[in-house]
Design a binder for this molecule. Structure first.
Ligand code: PLP
Length: 408
């Protein structure tokens, strides 16, 4: 690559040109609208604390106690031992083979994903990514100048992937596969046979696996099967978890990665340790709340899931009741991918629809192409966290908007 002169407008690194995070792309437009006296109902970001969901009180207490007791120092770069021990114990109970030495506590699952992509990927390496999928991953992969290879989540099959397609997409350059379960943006929960089959494909092709399970406790039905529980003793899996969603403290920036079969990948483990050391540590005080979080069981989630279920059911019913719109019923998290039949409307793309809706009705969703869908497919993601009354008003406004936009 020739050296580029430092001329005005030529200072930023090229690798950031392909770095996109669509969830916040339209936030500036929403702010403009609010500044002009038209506040926006933002259904674009998955932060439960904005909509009246609170963490279990004992978790807050544990964090406050840590602060009162003067836990203000840097911690070990991998995180405090009692938290790593609690994580390892709880993971073992869910048939994830790991140890306290194979855990790194991070600034949210986001930093864990970042450290992993940096530790594993060289320019040109291929990574199998779910499509649609959480845009952090395609952004991180672009930043390493590696290549995202999308595998499809099928809207006709409850947004599940096809292991045979995954197998067909593997080349000698494929290094990593990312599995997000429950998925963002679709809310799909993967059955155990499917996970076993993806694990088998990864095993046959010597892939490293990244299992993003940050929504694993937010389920309406069924149960969560950790991907790493299918790793046996010959598949390296990194499981990503977080306090953000399962415990409703996204601003604490506290997550972790759990390694399974790390003896197979000692070089990646060493690289991770170096990277972790250089960024010093995750926030200290919330780490002291991790053992409390993991000792809570699921009772604290019963009222949360009850509220979310009402919001989900209302969303699915009202969206499917509007002509031109459809969606399936998600089994986890708090997202739904809805589809607008673009052939009936004058929008050139999903994003144009979303921008017009924001301008006319001050409602903000995220366009499906921000998660890897084609712009003409007409998908968009709804965050259904707000209270039922707000959601009803949003869907009435959406109905009204679409009624006035239709081709005549
Ligand atoms: N993974 C997925 C699938 C997510 O949806 C999110 C946040 O929305 C994250 C990771 C990031 O979580 P954290 O707050 O732990 O960084």
């Amino acid at each position: 690559m020739p050296v580029q002169p430092n001329t005005p407008g030529n200072h930023a690194a090229r690798r950031v040109q392909n770095y996109h995070y669509a969830i916040l792309n339209l936030a500036a437009l929403a702010e403009e609208s609010a500044a002009a006296g038209k506040p926006v109902t933002s259904l674009n970001i998955g932060d439960p604390t904005l909509y009246g969901f609170h963490p279990p009180p004992s978790l807050t207490e544990a964090c406050i106690t840590a602060l009162r007791e003067g836990c203000n120092s840097y911690t070990s770069s991998c995180g405090i031992a009692p938290a790593r021990e609690a994580i390892s114990r709880e993971a073992s109970e869910r048939r994830i083979a790991t140890s306290a030495e194979e855990i790194i506590i991070t600034s949210g699952a986001t930093e864990a994903a970042d450290l992993l992509c940096t530790a594993i990927l060289n320019p040109g390496d291929e990574v199998l990514c779910p499509s649609p999928g959480y845009p952090l991953y395609t952004a991180l992969i672009a930043r390493q100048e590696a290549v995202s290879v999308p595998y499809h989540l099928d809207p006709g099959n409850d947004w599940l992937p096809d292991p045979e397609e995954i197998e067909r997409l593997i080349t000698p350059g494929t290094k990593l596969i990312i599995v997000i379960n429950p998925n963002n943006p679709t809310g799909a929960l993967y059955p155990p046979e499917l996970l076993a089959s993806i694990a088998e494909t990864a095993r046959r092709n010597n892939l490293v696996c990244l299992a993003d399970e940050v929504y694993r406790k937010l389920l309406y039905s069924g149960s969560h099967h950790p991907f790493a529980s299918f790793a046996e003793n010959d598949l390296p899996v990194f499981t990503l978890e977080s306090l953000s969603k399962n415990f409703m403290v996204p601003g604490w920036r506290t997550g972790w990665m759990t390694m399974t079969n790390s003896r197979l990948i000692p070089d990646i483990r060493r690289a991770l340790r170096k990277l972790a050391d250089a960024r010093v540590c995750a926030p200290a005080a919330p780490q002291f709340a991790i053992p409390e979080a993991l000792s809570l069981g699921n009772d604290y989630l019963l009222p949360v899931m009850e509220k979310l279920r009402v919001r989900r059911d209302l969303t699915v019913r009202m969206i499917n009741g509007i002509e031109g719109l459809s969606c399936s019923t998600p089994e986890g998290a708090f997202y739904v991918m809805a589809k607008l039949d673009l052939s009936r409307y004058p929008f050139a793309s999903d994003e144009e629809f979303i921008v017009e809706l924001l301008r006319k009705k001050q409602i903000l969703f995220v366009h499906g192409s921000g998660f890897g869908m084609q712009p003409r497919e007409g998908y968009f993601r709804i965050v259904y966290l707000p209270d039922p009354l707000t959601l009803e008003m949003v869907y009435h406004d959406l109905y009204d908007f679409l009624l006035h936009c239709r081709h005549h």
